[in-house]
Design a protein around this ligand. Structure first.
Ligand code: UD1
Ligand code: MG
Length: 457
């Protein structure tokens, strides 16, 4: 990795207009993480690098997301959206400081890898004043075209400004650029806005550098590393690329994905050894799955920890704060939220466990509900070690079931149950001997005639 100092400017101003969305573009999500977070994570891997982010006014959500990923990042606000070069110059104060390399990265290009950033910086170290990341997209619509001659990069032409011939150029601008710290500001300061959109295009930097007699360079990348996202369709394409990458890295780490193309992962999913994931599973952000755990089909997990050897699903839902210790079983149609399920405990069928603890080896019967919400606030349920909760029990929180206690099926439990005791809450069962027989004598099953009905009336 480079020993040179670097300033990375991440451009993230703009709303969701082109995405037909109320959400700022860079906060759209792929693989459980915002576009901006993907970009900042890649940039954050560079050493000796100061990171600045340019945002639009009143976008607290973008600032928050920036600081969540890179607490030390410096924010600049671009009051008016006047183009990518204008956005870079908003960070003028940062650009004035001496650095070896200046990187400009777009917040809407989430697939970039740190290796590419390094390659661009190498081009600067080797004497270029401006280095551009090029690629050959299947569909070049919307991208700037790289005008070259004898391998030399002469200019970048935005699609709107390009001639018919230029539009046929296959090599496009991936949007990532590197500048030599010595000349960056003087080049970008010379960029004008004499174009159809009256915008200051950063891409003009190439032509300006050439006019100044400086060297330019192109590094070619794979389309999948530089896809820019301007539309919902491009968002879906980037998601597909990211999922392919994440599945490949899970498989390479020894995870068994029975049908990889049906499993959706997040950028931060963590797997232990010998984990098996059956087909059709969705894993949202902040999930870790420990050694030898089995995630069965049609389960949905987010913000959850799955302990060693635990079994989840089929058709289970683990919501944020679900914490499953070793050998826990969570079965079909069971939902767990903000609950610690301790070692070896089981809830195998049709159950909701929220804001709770379930003790070591406890058994939670089918149809058990922790009634955690009274319409105003959430309350906790605490189930002791080796407790047995009979089927169809409602545990009305706040409530405690002591260690080893036993709850009879169908109970609505509203008071604490002492350890080792039995609690049940049910109407007494009535038995009327011979009652059914005598009913059938009066009214043979399914054979009541019209006249019989009339008579009864
Ligand atoms: C840009 C490039 C194009 C390249 C493509 C790659 C320019 C002029 N064009 O086009 O050559 O092929 O990316 O994906 O650079 N932004 C600001 N302030 C602004 C304008 C943009 O912060 O005033 C930010 C946006 O939030 C976005 C990024 O800069 O993250 C790029 O802007 P966008 O409008 O997406 O440019 P493209 O049309 O995609
Ligand atoms: Mg774009």
């Amino acid at each position: 990795m480079s020993r040179r100092t670097c300033l990375a400017i991440v451009l993230a101003a703009g709303d969701g207009t082109r995405m037909l969305s109320n959400l700022p573009k860079v906060l759209h999500v792929i693989a459980g993480r915002s576009l901006l977070a993907h970009v900042l994570t890649a940039v954050g891997r560079l050493r000796k690098t100061r990171i600045v982010v340019v945002t639009a006014p009143k976008q607290d959500s973008v600032s928050k997301e920036t600081h969540r990923i890179v607490p030390s990042a410096q924010l600049f606000v671009q009051r008016e959206r006047r183009g990518t070069a204008h956005a870079v110059l908003i960070a003028r104060a940062a650009l004035k400081r001496r650095v070896d390399d200046v990187l400009v990265v777009f917040g809407d290009t989430p697939l970039i890898r740190v290796e590419l950033l390094d390659q661009l910086r190498d081009a600067i170290a080797n004497g270029a004043a401006v280095a551009v990341l090029g690629f050959r997209p299947l569909d070049p619509t919307g991208y700037g075209r790289l005008v070259t001659q004898g391998g030399e990069l002469l200019a970048v032409r935005e699609e709107k400004e390009a001639t018919e011939t230029e539009r046929r150029i296959a090599l496009c601008n991936g949007g990532l650029m590197a500048f030599s710290g010595k000349t960056a500001l003087s080049i970008i300061d010379q960029i004008g806005n004499a174009n159809q959109k009256r915008e200051y295009y950063l891409t003009e930097a190439v032509a300006v550098a050439r006019r100044m007699g400086l060297k330019t360079a192109v590094i070619e990348a794979d389309e999948d590393d530089v896809r820019g996202i301007n539309t919902k369709a491009q968002l879906a394409q980037a998601e597909a690329v990211m999922q392919r990458r994440l599945r490949a890295s899970a498989l390479n780490a020894g995870v068994t994905l029975v049908a990889p193309e049906t499993v959706f992962l997040s950028a931060d999913t963590k797997f232990g050894r010998d984990v098996v994931v059956e087909p059709n599973v969705v894993i949202g952000p902040a999930v870790s799955i420990a050694d030898s755990a089995l995630i069965r089909s049609f389960s949905h997990l987010e913000g959850a920890r799955v302990g060693k050897g635990a079994r989840v699903g089929p058709y289970a839902r683990l919501r944020p704060g679900a914490d499953l210790e070793q050998d826990v079983h969570i079965g079909n149609f069971v939902e767990v939220k903000a609950a610690k399920i301790q070692k070896g405990a089981k809830a195998n069928h049709l159950t909701y466990i929220g804001d709770a603890r379930v003790g070591v080896g406890a058994n939670v019967g089918a149809g058990t509900i922790t009634c955690n919400y009274d319409g105003l606030a959430k309350h906790r349920t605490d189930i002791g070690h080796r407790a047995f909760i009979g089927s169809n029990t409602a545990l009305v929180a706040p409530v405690k079931v002591g260690d080893g206690a036993y709850i009879g099926s169908g109970s609505v439990i509203t008071r604490n149950v002492p350890p080792g005791s039995l609690s049940l809450e049910r109407s007494p069962q009535i038995i009327k001997k011979g009652w059914a027989k005598s009913l059938r004598r009066v009214k043979p099953a399914g054979k009541q005639t019209k006249s019989a009905r009339k008579k009864r009336r």
